[in-house]
Write a protein that binds this ligand. Structure first.
Ligand SMILES: [Zn+2]
Length: 287
């Protein structure tokens, strides 16, 4: 989007065309709303069922039954995480970053949801607590927990600088999924998908529209907490970018572990809730 000699001359009414007010693509008031109060009350009485410590520059899988909770916590130092998620029983149902972005905006926080891929398209998880919820949108247009980045990967690094780096989030997620399911890397890799960038602070530059990152405001003790709407298989990578203040796709940045904890509600705490059904579209596509 840089200006060049091929940029056409603006028409006489260019300013008027630019001045047209935007319209929200997907007004989301019509979405089925989560009962946050029910979830948060159930969480308050929930018991811890397990934990996984994700090592720096590596990833680990974790399982969360529908109706349970999981929390991702920064420990030891500022660190961002790349989160993948699948239906526990069907790897073809996976987190759909692009549609989640279209529905909720570029960054997620409390009350918003992670939606699954077509033809399933239902809420997989609902965010019920976010200690970085105070951050908002900063003067650069940056915010936290984005669904605009993809995940750092060795292919882009190779394209841009000829590197062979093996601890990008894409590779970490691939290894962890293969190990967890007992499948080969070749079988696991196609299941890895665009992530929720937990704790990462990102945006688009206003002048060139480029994707930017900046030092995450996350500090040890900060957490993001989810309610599992369906049976989930999660996979979290502690990004080699650390707090993503300078670079990723190398061993240069200081990196720290991330803690994933799971919690079970007490009997009857989710009275009235049921796991969402798959999307109601009949799938016939006009034939
Ligand atoms: Zn990464």
């Amino acid at each position: 989007m840089t200006e060049s000699q091929t940029t056409p001359r603006p028409p006489a009414d260019a300013d008027a065309r630019r001045a047209i007010a935007p319209v929200i693509c997907y007004p989301n008031e019509g979405l089925p709303q989560p009962n946050l109060e029910l979830y948060q009350n159930a969480r308050a009485g929930a018991q811890k069922t397990g934990e996984v410590l994700v090592p720096p520059r590596d990833a680990r899988c974790f399982e969360v039954p529908a109706g349970h909770f999981f929390r991702i916590t920064s420990v030891e130092g500022s660190q961002v995480g790349d989160l993948n998620m699948w239906s526990f029983t069907d790897l073809s149902e996976r987190f759909y970053s692009g549609k989640t972005r279209a529905l909720h905006g570029t960054h997620l926080t409390t009350g918003e949801r992670m939606w699954s891929s077509f033809p399933h398209m239902r809420p997989m998880a609902t965010i019920i607590a976010d200690t970085l919820g105070w951050y908002g949108i900063d003067e650069f247009g940056g915010s936290v927990h984005d669904v605009i980045g993809t995940r750092c990967d060795p292919y882009t690094g190779n394209l841009l600088s000829g590197t062979q780096y093996h601890h990008c989030c894409h590779s970490n997620l691939t290894r962890a999924l293969a190990d967890h399911l007992g499948i080969s890397l070749a079988e696991a890799e196609p299941a890895v998908h665009d992530v929720l960038n937990v704790f990462m602070c990102t945006g688009f530059t206003r002048d060139t529209g480029q994707y930017f990152m900046k030092a995450s405001p996350v500090r040890p003790g900060d957490y993001l907490e989810f309610f599992a709407e369906i049976d989930l298989l999660g996979n979290l990578s502690a990004c080699p970018g650390g707090d993503c203040s300078s670079e990723h796709s190398s061993d240069t940045a200081a990196c720290y572990p991330l803690l994933v904890e799971t919690f079970a509600p007490t009997e009857g705490a989710l009275e009235g809730w049921s796991s969402p059904a798959r999307n109601g579209y009949d799938g016939t596509h006009g034939r």
